[in-house]
Design a protein around this ligand. Structure first.
Ligand SMILES: [Zn+2]
Ligand SMILES: [Zn+2]
Length: 41
């Protein structure tokens, strides 16, 4: 099972993109990251 780089939780699915520096994030961390990115604009 993959592990989230940010919160160290084992999750069924991980997501990455240029914003995470292609580290693998769980859906919660990934959503939170993009939430803050959107808020900045
Ligand atoms: Zn996480
Ligand atoms: Zn992104």
């Amino acid at each position: 099972m993959p592990t989230c780089t940010k919160c160290d939780n084992k999750v069924t699915k991980v997501y990455d993109c240029d914003h995470t520096d292609f580290d693998e994030y769980c859906v919660e961390c990934y959503t939170e990251l993009h939430y803050y990115l959107t808020e900045k604009e």
